[in-house]
Write a protein that binds this ligand. Structure first.
Ligand code: ADE
Length: 226
């Protein structure tokens, strides 16, 4: 699976894509990520990528021309299953959408910055706007990283244990994981629940399911009360 990312701020992406799960998947040739610096597609002495908004207002808007040049050059090379624009106005990003995107071959993400991007870029190219939550980030690069991470880890072979993506929180029925412990059994007088040391797998499964359901109900109530 291939991810192309158009960015005005490639350094934010580079550091994250070079480490952890995404770089491991890339080393195994399961995915490839390609960052395209918007400034490389800007013209003039100052390689200007942003400008003041028509109609007035504060903040700078990313200009259409560098996006058009960059995206058109990418479209000459391959087709994209989706051209994604991360924005707070988009479709809510959740596990079902991550699952859906993990079945695609080529995704292109275009990252906004400052106050936004020229609407003509969205109208012309974007097939899906995605919001990672009801809050405003300083740039779409961070949201793109969230999307890439959540999608890449679903590609078979990316995770060490082939089973683990299926049993993740949000993939399981209750939507939440049970509490996990590792050694030591007692730390600073805090003990691991006895059932987990019992070796009785039926009891352990029962305990885990009960704990996950309790947590699910608790969080659901907190979210509802807010
Ligand atoms: N860009 C800025 N805020 C965002 C959000 N909440 N989700 C996706 N992209 C964004």
């Amino acid at each position: 699976m291939r991810f192309d990312i158009v960015s005005a701020n490639p350094k934010i992406l580079e550091s994250s894509l070079k480490h952890g799960l995404i770089s491991r998947a890339e080393n195994k040739s399961l995915i490839s990520t390609h960052i395209h610096n918007l400034r490389d597609f800007a013209e003039g002495k100052y390689k200007q990528i942003d400008d003041i908004p028509y109609g007035g207002g504060t903040g700078m808007i990313l200009k259409p021309e560098p996006f058009f040049r960059c995206i058109n050059s990418l479209l000459e090379q391959r087709k994209y299953d989706e051209i994604i624009y991360p924005s707070p106005q988009g479709r809510k990003f959740n596990q079902p959408l991550a699952n859906e995107l993990s079945l695609r071959e080529n995704l292109l993400l275009i990252c906004g910055h400052y106050k936004g991007i020229d609407e003509r870029v969205i109208k012309k190219f974007v097939t899906m706007e995605i919001s990672i939550g009801n809050y405003v980030l300083s740039c779409g690069d961070i949201a793109s990283l969230v999307v890439i991470d959540a999608v890449a880890r679903l590609i078979p072979g990316t995770l060490g244990d082939g089973e683990s993506a299926i049993t993740d929180s949000f993939q399981v029925e209750t939507g939440f994981d049970f509490p996990q412990y590792t050694r030591p059994a007692v730390y600073e007088r805090l003990s691991v629940p006895k059932v987990l040391l019992s070796g009785n797998h039926k009891e352990i499964d029962l305990w885990r399911s009960k704990k996950a359901k309790t947590k699910f109900r608790k969080i659901k109530k907190i979210n509802k009360d807010k």
